[in-house]
Design a protein around this ligand. Structure first.
Ligand SMILES: [Zn+2]
Ligand SMILES: [Zn+2]
Length: 203
């Protein structure tokens, strides 16, 4: 039993991390990008504020995760990316069946048409939108492709929300036994410290 959990976790992390070459330029692959985007939201970000409220902040996010193709750098694009962020947060926290329906809807509405491509020195990988499609649409479809694998492998349980009461951070739990509870070491330490203080006050 242990072995099968381990090998499945290993397989799914490969799918998550290799789905998209662009995403894997930064640590965490495409799941890493979904998390980075989702965690710009108020209550989830490091500052606590919405860290995707200006065109400049979007440009900074794009510096960390290169997207091949069109970038308008305007308010319309920002609003569309913010909408994609909300949608992806919803899929992340949905149960498996709902997540499947949401992913299907995102692919249908794009519309996504998967094809193999090799570019900028990368090996064959899947794109499902044209480079001229709006940035938010390309983000949504790439995220949907990565999430498809997670749903298919029955690994949606690894798409988690931080257990800290004051944090809405998302993370993909890639630990072997699936026991990770916090989005960051910072949240883990904060919760442990306040639990410790509460114990001292009681004792
Ligand atoms: Zn690519
Ligand atoms: Zn957290």
């Amino acid at each position: 039993m242990k072995v099968s959990i381990r090998s499945r976790a290993k397989q799914s992390s490969i799918l998550l991390y290799r789905q998209h070459r662009e995403g894997s330029a930064s640590r965490g692959g495409f799941a890493g990008f979904i998390v980075a985007l989702a965690n710009t939201a108020a209550g989830a970000s490091r500052s606590g504020a919405d860290e995707l409220s200006t065109v400049d902040q979007l440009a900074r996010l794009l510096e960390r995760y290169t997207f091949v193709g069109r970038v308008d750098g305007d308010e319309v694009e920002l609003a569309q990316v913010r909408a994609a962020r909300a949608q992806l947060r919803d899929v992340w926290t949905a149960d498996r069946d709902d997540a499947a329906a949401m992913v299907n809807r995102m692919l249908r509405e794009a519309p996504a048409r998967p094809y193999l491509i090799r570019h900028d020195g990368s090996d064959w990988h899947v794109h499902a939108t044209e480079p001229g499609a709006p940035l938010a649409e390309r983000m949504r479809v790439d995220a949907a492709l990565a999430l498809m694998s997670v749903i298919r492998m029955d690994e949606t349980g690894r798409l988690r929300v931080c257990a800290a009461d004051d944090c809405a951070g998302l993370f993909a739990d890639m630990s072997r036994n699936g026991s990770r509870r916090f989005c960051s070491v910072r949240c883990g330490n904060r919760v442990n410290m306040s639990a410790c203080r509460a114990r001292r006050l009681r004792g």
